[in-house]
Design a protein around this ligand. Structure first.
Ligand code: ASP
Length: 596
């Protein structure tokens, strides 16, 4: 070993010990005849002193080092004199008096500041990711991620789960995205698909009798890079046999609770996790992944608004659309300009605008609103009562198709929670969403799409509706939301061939297609498949929330850019013509030029 101790572990009780350390030079200062070096390794930073009078050679060597040089230091731990200690450093009570300094490898000056948390262009950070990862914030994130996966493994091993690897080169496992395809050299014209999730494989492991499986699994989804997505990401993939929905949910709730409380410094604010039906979540929060750490809940005022003289509201109610609102405390004094700007917020969520009613501050709390004249006093009072609005509050109202109203008020909730500082980033708020519709209507293709995936079982009571009203069938699906993000989705699966075939039919797969793509699943269902179900929490998103980071790239060691590129190694890249020949691939030269 090139070192006897780690920099960050040295304390006052080590005083007098001879040590050999190795690491990177974090900072250099010269004062009188002494050079001070901060030496850093993964464990932390410790101060080295090289005194010209006491160790002239070490001092001469220290003069040659630069920032980020890799050096080895031989020396003795000294307690710092009274008044010279640094309470901000865990090793601040000691320093190492160097007797020898050896340069193991010099370093160029880094292209950006590695100490502290300075803002650096993300493209540069990703290009020099190995330097970016030296920064304390990134290091904490990556170490936290390791603790998260270790905790999960221990938790599940303790509860009888087995960790099993499944192949990366496989056949399509659809989760609603495009597949990444890998051409086969030995089977000309044929392709493997990278798994969008190990869904089928974990179900087949249940057929195989393993009963409790998990894997920290890499998933690949070729999606348009909207939002905070990565083409490859990691999930805790798990599956259990002989279980019902409650069993999977309870296990995950226990795991998440302990994970937050034992591994992070965050505070869990929803215990036990609230459970909302999909309908309730959409009605109260306008979202199936609500942030339940704050109120600003949506209320329905269709019954009152439909009887007003305001045409937009009346027409919507007549068309069966809702009129819904949120009450924003203390924003009744917004200027006309501020209120007009809310139209943009509504438009960005796909709506046309937001109507508003402001309650003047003071005892009277008169309602001020451009649409106030279309309401009777009784109607205004009824709205104020329904919204539990107080003087000085602002009521924001949306009337449209239910999905648009939900999106607009969801956006308004998020916006005002942030403006009013209602979100404490230290807090973690989980909730379960259940009773999802099994299908979404795909109007373009005129067919039903699975709202979760193809293998989710309908609620037993709703099975008869598959023939008559598929849109009303609920799935045995459960999603876990946290702080406004979806962090896990799972379901009880179909384990019966004929029911599975029926679902394939409803989503427009004909018998031949279904056989070609999923014949192995249908076949397996005939060999004694136990009732089973599972879930898959996203490790990236979860770690992001536990670390308090704004995006998942901050908790992935080598993420892709938002354009799905690796900016460090330069992937994707062109390949040698001979490789393409071997793979029986002819690249359209127009395409290859345009993407280079
Ligand atoms: N395969 C699902 C997904 O990746 C999770 C599950 O149903 O277990 O979202």
């Amino acid at each position: 070993m090139l070192k006897t101790h780690h920099c960050g572990e040295l304390r006052r009780q080590h005083a007098g010990e001879a040590v050999t350390l190795a690491g990177w030079v974090n900072r250099i200062r010269a004062q009188g005849g002494v050079i001070f070096l901060d030496l850093r390794d993964r464990s932390g930073v410790v101060q080295i002193t090289a005194d010209v009078a006491r160790a002239p050679q070490a001092h001469a060597d220290a003069e040659k080092v630069g920032r980020e040089y890799v050096i080895q230091v031989v020396g003795v731990v000294r307690a710092r004199p009274e008044g010279m200690t640094n309470p901000n450093m865990p090793t601040g009570e000691v320093e190492i008096e160097a007797t020898g300094i050896k340069i193991l490898n010099p370093a160029k000056t880094p292209p950006f500041e590695l100490g502290g948390d300075s803002r650096v262009d993300e493209a540069i950070r990703l290009h020099y990711r190995y330097l970016d990862l030296r920064r304390p914030r990134m290091q904490q994130n990556i170490l936290l991620r390791g603790k998260v996966t270790k905790f999960i493994r221990d938790y599940l091993y303790d509860r009888g789960f087995v960790e099993i690897e499944t192949p990366i080169l496989f056949k399509t496992t659809p989760e609603g995205a495009r597949d990444y395809l890998v051409p086969s050299r030995v089977h000309p014209g044929k392709f493997y698909a990278l798994p969008q999730s190990p869904q089928q494989l974990k179900q087949l492991l249940m057929v195989a009798g393993y009963e409790r499986y998990f894997q920290i699994a890499r998933c690949f989804r070729d999606e348009d890079q909207r939002g905070d997505r990565q083409p490859e990401f990691t999930q805790l993939d798990m599956e259990m046999s002989f279980v019902e929905r409650e069993d999977v949910m309870n296990l995950i709730e226990g795991l998440m609770t302990e994970l937050v409380e034992k591994v992070s410094d965050r505070e869990l604010v929803t215990k036990p996790f609230p459970r909302l039906s999909y309908q309730e979540a959409m009605a109260r929060y306008g979202s199936d992944k609500p942030d339940v750490r704050y109120g600003l809940e949506i209320k329905d005022i269709s019954d009152i608004a439909g009887k007003s003289a305001f045409k937009v509201f009346v027409e919507n109610v007549e068309a069966g659309n809702p009129v819904r609102a949120i009450c924003v405390p203390g924003c009744g004094g917004y200027t006309r300009k501020q209120l007009d700007d809310l139209t943009e917020l509504a438009k960005s969520a796909g709506g046309k605008g937001l109507a508003w009613m402001a309650l003047e501050a003071g005892e009277q709390g008169q309602v001020k609103s451009p649409i106030g004249k279309f309401f009777s006093v009784d109607q205004l009072v009824a709205i104020v009562d329904r919204m539990e609005a107080k003087p000085g509050d602002l009521i924001l109202i949306s009337a449209d198709k239910a999905s648009v109203v939900a999106a607009v008020l969801d956006a308004a909730r998020r916006e005002f929670a942030s403006r009013l500082g209602l979100v404490d980033p230290k807090k973690i708020g989980f909730c379960w969403i259940i009773d999802f519709p099994l299908f979404d209507w795909n109007a373009d293709e005129k067919r039903w799409d699975p709202s979760h995936h193809l293998f989710t079982s309908p609620m037993p009571d709703d099975i008869p509706l598959l023939d008559s009203e598929p849109g009303k069938v609920r799935g045995q699906q459960y999603d876990l939301a946290c702080n406004g993000y979806e962090v896990a989705g799972g379901s009880i699966r179909i384990h019966d061939r004929s029911l599975q075939e029926k679902i394939f039919g409803l989503i427009g797969l004909d018998v031949e297609d279904a056989k070609e793509r999923f014949g192995h699943m249908l076949e397996a269902f005939e060999y004694g498949t136990p009732p089973h179900g599972g879930i898959a929490p996203g490790i990236d998103r979860l770690t992001m929330l536990l670390a308090g980071e704004p995006n998942i790239r901050e908790v992935i060691a080598f993420p892709k850019s938002q354009q799905a590129a690796d900016l460090m190694a330069g992937a994707p890249s062109a390949v040698e013509p001979i490789q393409l020949d071997e793979l029986h691939i002819l690249v359209n030269s127009n395409d290859s030029h345009s993407t280079e």
